[in-house]
Design a binder for this molecule. Sequence first.
Ligand SMILES: Nc1ncnc2c1ncn2[C@@H]1O[C@H](COP(=O)(O)OP(=O)(O)O)[C@@H](O)[C@H]1O
Ligand SMILES: [Mg+2]
Length: 357
Amino acid sequence: MADTEIAAAIKAALATVEIPGGGDLAGYAGLSEIIVTTSAAAFAIAVAPGMEAAFGPAREAAQRAAQQAAGTRKVMVSLTGGKPPAGPTFSHGKPVAAGKTSVPGVKHIIAVGSGKGGVGKSTTAVNLALAFAAEGLRVGILDADLYGPSIPKLLGIEDRPTIREDGIFAAHQAFGLKAMSIGSMLTKDQAVVWRGPMATSALRQLLRETDWGTLDLLVIDLPPGTGDIHISLFQQAEVDGVVIVSTPQDLALIDAKKAIDMLQRFAVPMLGLVENMSYFIAPDTGTRYDIFGSGGAERAAEAMNMPFLGAIPLVTSIREGSDAGKPPMATDPSGPEAQAFRAIAQRILASAANLRN
Ligand SMILES: Nc1ncnc2c1ncn2[C@@H]1O[C@H](COP(=O)(O)OP(=O)(O)O)[C@@H](O)[C@H]1O
Ligand SMILES: [Mg+2]
């Protein structure tokens, strides 16, 4: 069946679901658009604050009805509008804020963000994840850049995620990492325009309904800027810290104040700044050229009160490797590019030593 037919079948099935106050879910104004991809179907039910519990049975009935219509696709349905549901109050042995829950099997989370797109955030996230793995950690990567998912391409993941019988995604395996991305559920030219609540619901399910096995560290590739996804992630999961990626030219564009305010609000530590495409190494001679002058990022980081984590060279091998699904950190672990990523991972582990526990 075509995606649009599935969406219509799900909508029809939702007409059998009663909602509090009378009426059915298909005709309910708070039902979002139904998004269907090659392996999932997602929708959200917006409810007034305080109504979440009353809508619980309707949500479950919706899940069952939609699953019948969706066949082998995984149905992702969420209630939105209220506070996130309260979960366990302890995670990693320390109290967490109300509403935050730990991710099953995952000990620590760090997120990689940027002020704008195209700065190499995803490239950095993937290679950093591999660098942490090279330090002996069990590592996963979650593509939370729902608006521009690129982790499947970077890791050469071509197949769809499989869905276990209990409805949990089996994570992809690539270069020793566990990986999950909405990108591998989309057809080549399918652009999914998420609405706010849909995106946060998809994020919640990618995060929590994936079998991560046991991970010491989950690296999350955030969308650029500061938006819904960031807030949703920081609200619902305990994030150990955030790494910001910037190019020398875009340093001025980092809305540091906004990002720092947001991190403070959710008590998420800033791990520091990575400068990408920082200097150029001539392929023939190996000479380093500081094309943008040197030390700029370090000074900028200092001015913004962020630790400086290191610089990554601008080299075609990174672009070509990334485009081909062969991250330099995996294919040439002793090369200069890999060394740059490893130095950054080691600096992060030195400053946040608890990540190893
Ligand atoms: N250090 C680098 N040297 C050369 N090309 C790079 C480097 N970092 C990233 N790129 C290339 O820049 C482009 C954008 O990188 P990407 O990681 O997708 O950015 P973002 O996630 O910030 O949008 C990609 O084509 C990538 O291969
Ligand atoms: Mg990206």
